[in-house]
Design a binder for this molecule. Structure first.
Ligand SMILES: [Zn+2]
Length: 338
């Protein structure tokens, strides 16, 4: 089968509901499946008892956080993806665009794992006569995430509207993390963003076709590539997750595949709510709101909201000191989102 056919099969509702391989839609091998947080990372950072909280409030320890997978995918291209990122985390920074793609594939795997886990929980609780409960839009977004993941199977050429790749990606150096704080993970399932720090290297991936890169190629405060403290990385992650949740648009894609190559082309943008009022411009993000942001920051940074929100100015305080205005590419002071 062609790679794009495997992708289509993997994202079918029936495949997810019947717990087929999340990466190809084939019969899963049984057993434990694919660990969403890989075992090498659990070993390296002693994470077996760390837990991820799902939308329904369940806490799943990383050691049991698995998705259905077949042997071929597990020992094949998924293991190649794992192998490619380990030297990058050891080195602690990202230089080349192939390295960004390698990390994005790995993060897309984690994000897909979490999304599939959440989606299959919905199926578990659904009643057969309620009919379909998964938004077809979500299935499309899963497919877009697969374009990134599956590019590890076969040479893939991306033609994108906002940059080199069909996703947003930022990376940071966190040289002075504390002992026992080797790992940091946060996600926003609604916004389809995932932020991870392993040791010194922090990376954020957003399955948004590159919209955040379009409004800020270096992310919040233009700090992608910069050195941050642990808490600063958390703040940036919070801002990116919040922005991701404001996304109000998606992309149409044209795909093609032959024996040697896959081509993925973004054709145009589709806004869910249409045009911005009084203009002919598509709305891509809902309006930024500092009060909403303060709740996101409080949750992701694990600090009390009163520490973050300044009631008088109705804005969030920041741990990210701004570089001189002249270096900020004309960014407006109130435009913290880009
Ligand atoms: Zn498979």
């Amino acid at each position: 089968m062609k790679v794009l056919e495997l992708t289509d099969r993997a994202v079918l509702e029936s495949s997810i509901a019947s717990k087929r391989c999340f990466a190809c839609g084939g019969p899963s091998s049984g057993g434990s499946g694919e660990h969403v947080i890989p075992k090498w990372l659990q070993n390296e950072c002693s994470l077996f008892d760390e837990r991820l909280t799902l939308l329904n409030g369940t806490h799943i320890p990383y050691r049991s956080l698995t998705v259905p997978c077949c042997i071929d995918c597990n020992t094949g291209f998924l293991s190649t993806i794992e192998g490619a990122v380990q030297p990058l985390f050891r080195r602690g920074h990202v230089v080349r665009s192939e390295e960004r793609l390698a990390l994005a594939r790995w993060l897309s795997k984690i994000l897909l794992g979490i999304l599939i886990k959440e989606t299959s929980l919905l199926f578990d609780r659904s009643l057969p006569d309620r009919g379909l409960i998964v938004d077809p839009g979500l299935i499309d977004e899963l497919r877009h995430c697969h374009f990134v993941l599956q590019s590890a199977r076969k040479a893939t050429s991306f033609t994108c509207l906002h940059g080199e790749f069909p996703f947003s990606f930022y990376s940071y150096k966190v040289p002075e993390y504390r002992k026992g704080h080797e790992f940091d993970l946060s996600t926003n399932v609604a916004g389809q963003s995932v932020a991870i720090r392993v040791g010194q290297l922090g990376a954020i991936f957003i399955n948004d076709g590159g919209f955040q890169m379009h409004v800020g190629s270096k992310g919040p405060f233009e700090l992608s590539g910069a050195e941050l403290s642990e808490i600063q990385f958390r703040e940036i992650s919070a801002r990116v997750h919040y922005k991701a949740a404001l996304r109000d648009a998606t992309h149409f894609y044209l795909t093609f595949e032959n024996e040697d190559v896959i081509q993925v082309e973004q054709l145009h943008v589709k806004s869910f709510s249409g045009l911005l009022p009084g203009s002919d411009e598509l709305r891509i993000f809902r309006d930024w709101n500092e009060t909403e942001l303060s709740h996101a920051m409080s949750a992701y940074m694990r600090v009390d909201r009163s520490m973050i929100f300044d009631e008088e100015s109705q804005t969030c305080r920041t741990t990210l000191s701004l570089p001189p205005r002249s270096d900020r590419g004309g960014q407006r002071p109130d435009d913290r989102s880009s």
